[in-house]
Write a protein that binds this ligand. Structure first.
Ligand code: NAD
Ligand code: GLY
Length: 392
């Protein structure tokens, strides 16, 4: 018999306002949550997932939705970033139409960020927008992508270039689903968790680092203590994301302050360059962000914004996230070419998210940073991985 853990509830003040429930073994409440959050006229639910996640968790979610009287149809998309396309969205839309999902009905997304972004996008388009509920099953999706209303797909022109802001009506996070997550996916999620603390909340950074440090320690935590701490940590991460989103819901292009949504792009300038330069094959997104944070930290230090001791803490935290794929063979100079194509550029200007200290970001125009500083910082960051033997 499993222990009962206290579920944490986080309110997101964006869209129509919604709640994120964070708990252990809570897939069985998805039906009740949907019943509470959706219109009283909701009758049908379209469950979108992929084969891998559905085979692990689909049964419990279906059962819980049906127990609440919903008529449920399920549809499984392909697994992986390459399926986050307009073509898949079109197939999802055909499924919603065939399943007769009406204006009061809803879509439930069960899976990682790929499923959530695609299902959210389809629900934003179907009948000009129907409700959706997120049930994220990767760490990245639980602390980041399921909260904040960004939905979308990739096109030939680049990642996430087509999409819509469409907030879920509710989010149910079951941290037990992380038990089946491959190690690299966890590392990628931890990198994003470190990012969120680093840019805006020192206590969150410390909480994340302390959790990881105990995880990696010799004496493993008692299971009950670990689960409770993980619930609290994921809830704290969600609270942080919710706070940023509430303050700058649509990522206002005019904002460059330390509370703007843009600060969530810390580590993404070099991260995107690493992903693009390796045709999205070598790194999970979060792993590339891990290197990107090290590079942005180095720049911050070399510009005199960030103390050496703070940079060292950042390096330690990234190490604790897990092993990153080697990157020391990558040419820093050739990565510079990709930096100029940053899709977050505004009016042709690329902005870096840097750090003044852990917990406080500063957005800086790339034109104000000498190229030699960027180059040297990227080299230092790529060589900083303890597993790399070769230097750039
Ligand atoms: P993902 O959705 O591809 O999931 C990673 C892998 O883990 C997949 O193979 C998936 O099938 C598998 N998986 C998922 N849950 C599992 C579980 N519990 N057990 C075992 N395997 C499981 O990757 P991701 O990192 O979750 O999401 C990345 C996507 O999120 C990208 O497309 C990115 O653009 C998007 N994203 C969106 C936002 C946003 O605000 N909307 C923010 C960040 C990232
Ligand atoms: N993941 C970045 C954002 O939601 O804005």
């Amino acid at each position: 018999m499993s222990e009962a853990f206290k579920t944490r509830r986080v309110r997101v003040r964006a869209g129509a306002g919604y709640e994120v429930e964070v708990g252990a073994e809570v897939l069985g409440v998805v039906g009740e949550t949907a019943r509470r959050a959706l219109s009283e006229h909701a009758r049908r639910v379209a469950l979108i997932s992929n084969r891998r996640v559905f085979s692990l968790y689909g049964g419990r979610v279906l059962e819980s939705l049906r127990a609440q009287g919903f008529e449920v149809a399920d549809w499984l998309m392909g697994d992986g970033e390459r399926y986050k396309t307009l073509h898949t969205a079109e197939r999802a839309l055909a499924f919603l139409a065939e399943s007769k999902i009406g204006r009061a009905d809803a879509v439930v997304a069960l899976g990682g960020g790929v499923v959530g972004d695609l299902a959210g996008f389809a629900s934003a388009l179907h009948l000009r927008g129907v409700s959706f509920v997120q049930v994220p099953t990767t760490l990245l999706a639980q602390i980041d992508s399921s909260v904040g209303g960004k939905t979308g797909v990739n096109t030939r022109a680049g990642k996430n270039l087509v999409g819509a802001f469409h907030h879920p009506r509710a989010v149910v996070v079951d941290i037990e689903t992380l038990d089946s997550l491959p190690r690299r996916e966890l590392t990628a999620g931890w990198c994003e968790a470190i990012k969120q603390g680093a840019v805006g909340d020192r206590r969150l950074f410390e909480q994340t680092r302390a959790f990881l440090s105990e995880e990696r320690g010799e004496a493993s935590l008692r299971r009950s203590s670990r689960v409770a701490r993980l619930i609290n940590l994921v809830a704290a991460q969600v609270e942080f994301k919710a706070r940023v989103v509430a303050g700058d819901e649509r990522e206002d292009v005019g904002r460059t302050d330390a509370r703007s949504r843009r600060i969530l792009n810390f580590g993404h300038t070099v991260g995107h360059a690493l992903e693009a330069a390796t045709a999205y094959r070598r790194f999970r997104h979060g792993e590339a962000v891990g290197y990107g944070m090290l590079a942005a930290g180095e720049i911050s230090f070399r510009l005199g914004l960030l103390d050496a001791s703070e940079l060292e803490l950042l390096r330690q935290a990234v190490r604790l996230a897990g092993r990153l794929p080697p990157a020391a063979d990558m040419e820093a100079a050739s990565l510079m070419r990709w930096l100029a194509t940053d899709k977050k550029a505004v009016g042709g200007r690329v902005f870096w998210v840097l750090l003044e200290e852990l917990g406080r970001a500063r957005v800086v125009d790339a034109a104000d940073i000498p190229q030699r500083v960027v180059l040297a910082s990227i080299r230092a960051a790529l060589g900083a991985d303890r597993n790399s033997r070769r230097q750039v």
